[in-house]
Design a binder for this molecule. Structure first.
Ligand SMILES: [Fe+2]
Ligand SMILES: [Fe+2]
Length: 271
């Protein structure tokens, strides 16, 4: 890529990254944590030490928190998408609940662990998806209910892809790193991921299934294909693997979850 006039040079980017790393190490040491202590292996090779784990927790916190505003916007978009009133009401309640839960994962779970490790709040720019404002603007309702419904369906697909990847890969991986660390902060994080984050994320995946069955499944094969492609786009955006058609169909199931399951009022016994 050609360097642009005011783009920072590679050297200054590397120097910034090194000074951020040094600051993080200093904070960890101040709190009695050894930044070089290894707690796992990276998929790309090499080791994951506490300094790297600290960065991962900061990025997870900011990325979860970034989910708050687009899901808040989706809840409102669902009311302007010409949907049957039961579906619109269900999506409004479910996305509002999801919005509050994503903020909780970001702030209460991961930002608190990050704070306990280094005595500083994670910055929003650690997020892997920006701070969520662009997505929320894309989800502002237009005058045309059909266009709103299209935006809702396409965003729900991408979001579902992210949620499935987080649930199947990111959280199990974080829990395994915490278990190897065997420190009170890590043990606390495992407990919160197990008790709070994963059950809530499972319901977020249910919203994806609900949107599919209510809005997409009755449509033409091209619409169904686009939903599946959107799901895989969400997964690959975070480095996850795209899923084949058969796996996606199995995960979407043969029928819609009920509104009560979406809101966590009835338990789901998954196939
Ligand atoms: Fe979350
Ligand atoms: Fe989620």
């Amino acid at each position: 890529m050609e360097a642009r006039g005011n783009a920072p040079s590679l050297q200054s980017v590397l120097a910034d990254a090194a000074s951020v790393r040094e600051r993080s190490r200093g904070r960890l040491i101040d709190r009695g944590l050894d930044p070089d202590h290894t707690i796992g292996d990276a998929e790309s090779g090499g080791a994951i030490d506490i300094a790297t784990f600290y960065e991962i927790i900061g990025a997870t916190s900011a990325t979860e928190k970034a989910g708050q505003s687009p899901t808040h916007a989706l809840a409102r978009l669902a009311l302007q998408a010409g949907l049957p009133s039961e579906v619109a009401d269900t999506l409004f309640l479910a996305y509002n609940q999801q919005s509050a839960e994503e903020a909780g994962h970001g702030d209460k779970v991961f930002a608190n662990a990050y704070f306990r490790m280094g005595g500083a709040a994670p910055s929003g720019d650690l997020s892997a998806v920006g701070e969520g404002g662009d997505a929320a603007r894309f989800l502002q309702p237009s005058e045309d209910p059909r266009e709103n419904k299209r935006r809702l369906g396409s965003f729900a697909a991408v979001l579902g892809g992210i949620e499935t990847f987080a649930l199947q890969q990111v959280f199990p991986r974080l829990m395994s790193l915490c278990e190897h660390w065997n420190h009170p902060i890590g043990r606390d994080l495992v407990r919160q991921i197990h008790d709070v984050v994963r059950p809530e994320e499972s319901r977020h995946v249910l919203i994806w299934r609900y949107v599919f069955h209510q809005l997409i499944a009755p449509k033409a094969p091209t619409v169904i294909d686009a939903f599946m492609q959107g799901t895989n786009a969400g997964r690959t955006q975070f480095g996850g693997a795209a899923l084949d058609r058969e796996t996606l169909e199995r995960m979407l199931g043969t029928h819609s979850p009920t509104p009560r399951q979406l809101l966590g009022k009835d338990r789901v016994f998954d196939s």
